[in-house]
Design a protein around this ligand. Structure first.
Ligand code: AMP
Length: 132
């Protein structure tokens, strides 16, 4: 069975794409904690992040670094926080969240409501600032 994130990778479901290479894909979270909240996923369909093979694990972190630098250059924040939950979607993914303090990465707080144009513009700006 194909996860919703595999469908995003395949283009069957639309997403606000940030970056992609042969092994990884990054796109904006549709229920963001902050502007620029991004999900980074391996293309291989594995549920639990610590079940990924070592090469994919290493590559995922390096890919996250490149994406985080792109987000940081566009969204004003102290740092890009990194979190893995995986409670909702059974396809390993890393949350990259612009933060100024601990409250900014509290997943229990209400999510931002952005309109489609804001998502499109954010994705465009961030993706044009990523060097893979
Ligand atoms: P979790 O599995 O607990 O890390 O949460 C899954 C995350 O994926 C949540 O933050 C959702 O807002 C996000 N999400 C679910 N479906 C989509 C989608 N189609 N496009 C972008 N983000 C999504």
């Amino acid at each position: 069975m194909s996860t919703i994130f595999s469908k995003i990778i395949n283009g069957e479901i639309p997403s606000y794409k940030i970056a992609e290479d042969d092994r990884f894909f990054a796109f904006l979270d549709i229920n963001p904690l902050a502007k620029g909240h991004t999900l980074v996923i391996p293309k291989v369909e594995v549920d639990y992040i610590f079940d990924l093979d070592d090469e994919t694990t290493k590559g995922l972190f390096v890919f996250c670094k490149k994406v985080a630098k792109g987000i940081k250059s566009v969204v004003e924040c102290k740092k890009i926080g990194i979190t893995v939950l995986g409670l909702e979607v059974a396809h390993a993914h890393v949350h990259l969240v612009p933060i100024n303090g601990i409250y900014d990465i509290d997943f229990s707080k209400p999510k931002l409501k952005l309109d489609k144009e804001e998502f499109i513009e954010l994705a465009r700006e961030i993706s044009s600032n990523i060097k893979l």
